[in-house]
Write a new protein. Structure first.
Length: 134
């Protein structure tokens, strides 16, 4: 029962964070994000999203409109509303990035060991990675 309540609270916090964030600021942190086996994940780009999140849909639309982004970088997508393992991983990742877990939301990008939260910050970082800001 405690496990169910904890997971419900985590999902509620994450879902609520999406609505609380009106203007995001970069949530960059120079700490390396670690994979489950403890190795640095500096070369991976992971996008945490929610299947009903409107800001996440905007990021997906951007990626569809700019196929060059995914031609240059590989994005690992992790849905958090339906997948509890992904939701836990997001909370752990946010903690490593020094974020208060009560203020995290999606879309949330982990890129080269740095964290970016919110539609604008995620899209801006994807543009940088793909060389579209030049």
């Amino acid at each position: 029962m405690k496990k169910l309540l904890l997971m419900g609270a985590i999902i509620l916090i994450i879902g609520g964070g999406v609505f609380v964030l009106t203007k995001s600021k970069p949530v960059t942190n120079q700490q390396q994000v670690l994979t489950a086996n403890g190795e640095a994940s500096s070369s991976e780009t992971t996008l945490f999203y929610g299947d009903t999140c409107p800001h996440c849909k905007d990021v997906e639309e951007f990626l569809q409109e700019k196929p060059a982004v995914e031609q240059k970088i590989t994005i690992i997508r992790k849905e958090i509303y339906q997948n509890q393992d992904n939701a836990r991983e997001l909370v752990q990742t946010a903690t490593v990035c020094g974020l208060n877990t009560s203020s995290i939301g999606v879309p949330f990008l982990v890129d080269k060991g740095q964290c970016f939260m919110g539609k604008e910050e995620v899209i801006n970082q994807l543009k940088v990675d793909a060389g579209l800001n030049q």
